[in-house]
Write a protein that binds this ligand. Structure first.
Ligand SMILES: *[C@@H]1O[C@H](CO)[C@@H](O)[C@H](O)[C@H]1NC(C)=O
Ligand SMILES: *[C@@H]1O[C@H](CO)[C@@H](O)[C@H](O)[C@H]1NC(C)=O
Length: 367
């Protein structure tokens, strides 16, 4: 009886310890992308694509960090859903053993193509983000005493989030005065060229050790306040979004979905790629805004000009009062309220048209 009592005591203590300090579902989380997920990597570089000033971060626990929204980004919320106690820190300012838990390499204005976004200044393109990840892997090898099999084992258990492509349209293809791509390529060919580049980059990520990779589609950027501010209803046949941009994005997204399918079916053995259909979930948000509690679906909460979409939210500008009623925080980026819905969908939606062929929760558990 005494023995049983002691056994029970030990079991209860174990239960207490494991519930008091829940471990994340995966040991590490790495992030690549643009301003939608950047958390401060652009703060110290010369660029207009920066958000380290008030009122950005107005609803974030640590205030201003360089995040391009009022609160948490999609990957912040995903990190919490995956059970991480702290947000994944930016590559630019993080070193030491912390790198084992994951880093965020995302950089505002960046794209798949090297030249994308240079109209805004300096930034880290996808190729540079991958080179930075490679530096991290070398650092890990030192931390784990040169044991390559341990490094490989660790990297294979992490989740990788990659969200690229928006700027290859916004700050490249649809800026014909500065970039020649729309003269060189039809929308369909441009999408194919981007996907070929992206395939090389995702394959490189795989060869660096990644096995569980969630790739985000490009959202419905023909409907962001930035484009709405530049559009006249008449020139667009009565639709309030820019149909030409949305059509071009659809070519890219269907190419990306096919790519994910190919990579999962033998091209990269042992890899699991997930396609997050941000286009569908962002258009669902706009179309059914009211059912999610949004009252304003076509205007930034903070900004200048028509739809608050002419330029970005400026330093010290007064944002809207109730951020939960807006889908868009500024001309380009969703509010935290919208990010929560988008992140949850990618994490646990059972619908293959939200996230394919499995959701991020299932990706975390997959072996
Ligand atoms: C590397 O780590 C693994 C797992 O911890 C261990 O079994 C193996 O002996 C280590 N190899 C070397 C060369 O230290
Ligand atoms: C508007 O409608 C006309 C005629 O149906 C069509 O030729 C044109 O491509 C449409 N424009 C857009 C932006 O969809």
């Amino acid at each position: 009886m005494r023995c049983f009592g002691r056994f029970l005591y030990v079991v209860l203590q174990l239960v207490w310890v494991t519930t008091a300090w829940p471990r994340p579902q995966v040991p590490c989380f790495f992030i690549f992308g643009d301003s939608l997920v950047d958390n401060g990597n652009n703060n110290a570089i010369l660029t207009l694509s920066r958000a380290n000033y008030i009122p950005y971060g107005i609803d974030f626990p640590q205030g201003v960090t360089g995040r391009f929204t009022n609160g948490r980004t999609i990957v912040d919320i995903l990190a919490q859903l995956l059970g991480f106690r702290d947000f994944i820190p930016p590559f630019a300012t993080t070193g030491g053993r912390a790198v084992l838990r994951g880093l965020n390499y995302a950089s505002g204005a960046s794209g798949i193509r090297a030249e994308t976004g240079f109209n805004l200044g300096d930034h880290m393109s996808m190729d540079q983000q991958l080179a930075n990840f490679h530096r991290t892997v070398r650092q890990m090898r030192r931390i784990l005493r040169g044991n390559s099999s341990r490094v490989h084992d660790h990297l294979s258990k992490c989740i990788y989030y990659v969200g690229m492509g928006s700027n290859d349209y916004l700050n490249n293809y649809f800026m014909p005065n500065l970039y020649p791509t729309s003269l060189d390529y039809s929308p369909k060919t441009y999408a194919a060229v981007l996907i070929a580049d992206y395939k090389r980059q995702l394959t490189q990520l795989y060869h660096s050790g990644a096995r569980k990779v969630a790739v985000s589609a490009v959202g419905q950027i023909g409907c962001i306040p930035y484009e709405l501010a530049r559009l006249t209803r008449r020139s667009n046949n009565g639709s309030w979004c820019d149909a030409r941009i949305n059509k071009a994005i659809k070519h890219f997204n269907s190419g990306l979905r096919n790519l994910v399918n190919r990579l999962n079916n033998g091209e990269l053995p042992g890899a699991k790629f997930v396609y997050i259909d941000s286009y569908r979930s962002s258009s669902d948000l706009v179309r059914n805004g009211a059912s999610y509690g949004f009252q304003v679906v076509d205007k930034g909460c903070c900004g200048v000009g028509r739809n608050n979409g002419l330029v970005t939210c400026l330093p010290l500008q007064q944002p809207c009062e109730d951020r939960r009623k807006y889908i868009f925080w500024d001309a380009f980026h969703p509010t935290e309220a919208a990010n929560i819905i988008l992140a949850r969908k990618s994490y646990n939606s059972k619908s293959h048209s939200d996230v394919f062929p499995m959701n991020i929760q299932q990706l975390a558990r997959a072996r």
